[in-house]
Design a protein around this ligand. Sequence first.
Ligand SMILES: Nc1ncnc2c1ncn2[C@@H]1O[C@H](COP(=O)(O)OP(=O)(O)OP(=O)(O)O)[C@@H](O)[C@H]1O
Ligand SMILES: [Mg+2]
Length: 152
Amino acid sequence: MRIVATNPDQTQAVGKKLAALLQPGDLILLAGDLGAGKTTFTKGLALGLGIKRNIKSPTFTLIREYKEGRLPLYHMDVYRLEDGGAEDLGLEEYFNGDGVSVVEWASFIPEELPAEYLEIRLNKDETDDNKRYIDFNAQGKHYEKLVAKLAE
Ligand SMILES: Nc1ncnc2c1ncn2[C@@H]1O[C@H](COP(=O)(O)OP(=O)(O)OP(=O)(O)O)[C@@H](O)[C@H]1O
Ligand SMILES: [Mg+2]
């Protein structure tokens, strides 16, 4: 499935809609270039979970936890782990926990990922600076159903 967003608010709105469908233990991988909108998407997702605190990019902290929403949100950015070190983060505990895990740059930690997840790829338009193509790639039945519900 592909959704086209023509401004940051629309990208956030998609994240917000997805949030309403999420369950404990769900894993969302956000792919796309620098500045594609991964953190922007996560802001909308957090709003949808009822998190009112401002979401900051976890580029330097790697993981930020938000526990005040409908479900805990574990927001990760593993960009800095391109050269390894992910095994020390204890990601499995987050992935198997009661919250929702959102991972930016998960392509840098292929060995840490479970078999099932929802990958969402944000692609910039070549000419329109504010346009993004948001592509959904579900791995596993659970996430296929999730995308089907989102499409409704
Ligand atoms: N349709 C859009 N959706 C999302 N962001 C957009 C859109 N149009 C413009 N932008 C802008 O693009 C930038 C996206 O930044 P953001 O931090 O979300 O990207 P990112 O993918 O998380 O980058 P990084 O890889 O550095 O973490 C923001 O400045 C945002 O305002
Ligand atoms: Mg980001």
